[in-house]
Design a protein around this ligand. Structure first.
Ligand SMILES: *Cc1c(COP(=O)(O)O)cnc(C)c1O
Length: 385
């Protein structure tokens, strides 16, 4: 008996039908395969160019022989270390398969049909994806104007204004990706005080290690004691250099953590990730080296871009949003052909920009060299602002 084929898209939950998959940075091996290149460099996903901490590598290696055992589903050692690091109770920590997993846990716990997730325009793309997969409505508040002191940054007043009866979760990235823009301590404090206690506020601090050195920069975990509706997410993927292992966490009230743990997959944080993260957390010298390298190279790359007539957005992260003009996709293609992977961000409604991660000095030099070459071919078309 032959049945007619259903349109499988109609079978998907309503929120899923409207989704586009997240577009990750192009893997190096893929570019090498597709373009027949060698010596490709990747400045596209904000990884730590120094690699993982040697201590994390040793810990993961030592744990390899135990791979036949399930991980500790409760993550006792890592949670204990994180609790000491943040001076909170271990019951406040929820481990994730990357902090992306934490964002998804939050969406599945607090969002759903009839509820809204609020975030700023140009904010990290995962917020909308997590909200829609959970059946909730994503709402984007306008960002700060291009001529403000924090162009494309989060406008906290605009966010507060858009909080309505159905707003269940507000996502705030500090610093934000892809823009690199950040929020000051006092403005964030005013914002947190203005959000009704029944609305969950997620502060995504994926790049906090790079930003903490700046004066007036808040470490949000200090507010948790007063704000039971606050969830701070962190990751080992960026400054800690463990993106491939997939390990992140959230810090919240114990009550919120208990809810997140109800929907969490029991073994979402794998055993290598748990031991490597513990070791990485203790390797402060490695973080300091990454932060120092980033500070020097980010300033140098921004200066060199300015020299090419390319404005950059202010960035507290380990990447720069570089305005290359209307031919950004051709510039991206030109970079790819010469073996340099960066990130086009047209999907963030910033079609004239490329997001470029800060790499090792020779990688940054190579990227700048190619940009200069593409400029000579007339591909850099930024008009004076
Ligand atoms: C990279 C990133 C994350 C998540 O990374 P994970 O690898 O899943 O921990 C979260 N938020 C922002 C803003 C990011 O850029």
């Amino acid at each position: 008996m032959k049945q007619s084929m259903p349109d499988y898209c109609d079978l998907a939950a309503p929120g899923v039908r409207g989704l586009q998959p997240y577009q990750p940075g192009k893997p190096m091996a893929e570019l090498e395969r597709e373009y027949g290149l060698r010596d490709v460099i990747k400045l596209a996903s904000n990884e730590n160019p120094l690699g993982p901490s040697p201590k994390a590598l040793a810990a993961a290696e030592a744990a390899l022989k135990d791979l036949h055992w399930y991980p500790d589903g409760n993550g006792f050692e890592l949670k204990t270390a994180l609790a000491a690091h943040h001076r909170v109770d271990p019951a406040c920590i929820t481990l994730g398969n990357g902090s992306n997993d934490c964002l998804d846990l939050i969406a599945r716990t607090f969002l759903g049909p009839g509820r809204e997730a609020l975030f700023a325009q140009h904010a990290f793309a995962i917020y909308a994806i997590a909200a829609m997969s959970a059946g909730a409505k994503p709402v984007a508040a306008p960002a700060l104007a291009i001529d403000s002191s924090m162009p494309y940054g989060h406008d906290l007043d605009a966010l507060v204004e858009r909080i309505g009866p159905n707003t269940a979760v507000v996502f705030v990235a500090n610093p934000n990706n892809p823009t690199g823009t950040w929020l000051q301590k006092d403005e964030l404090e005013r914002f947190l005080a203005a959000v009704p206690p029944k609305v969950i506020v997620v502060l995504d601090e994926a790049y906090i290690e790079y930003a903490l050195e700046a004066e007036g920069y808040p470490d949000a975990t200090q507010w948790l004691a007063q704000m039971p509706n606050l969830i701070v997410t962190r990751t080992f993927s960026k400054a800690y250099g463990l993106a491939g292992l997939r390990i992140g966490y959230s810090v919240s009230s114990a009550a919120v953590a208990d809810l997140l743990n109800r929907v969490r997959h029991p073994f979402n944080a794998n055993s290598l990730a748990q031991v490597a993260a513990c070791a990485a957390l203790g390797d402060e010298a490695h973080i300091a080296a990454a932060v120092e390298l980033n500070r020097e190279e980010k300033a140098r790359v921004a200066d060199a871009c300015a020299g090419l007539g390319l404005p950059t957005l202010p960035s507290a992260g380990n990447f720069l949003c570089v305005q290359v003009g209307a031919k950004a996709m051709e510039v991206n293609e030109g970079l790819l052909r010469r073996g340099v992977i960066v990130r086009p961000i047209g999907g963030y409604r910033m079609p004239e920009y490329l997001r470029i991660s800060i790499g090792l000095p020779h990688e940054n030099d190579r990227c700048l060299h190619v940009l200069r070459e593409l400029g000579e071919h007339g591909l850099l078309t930024v008009r004076e602002r």
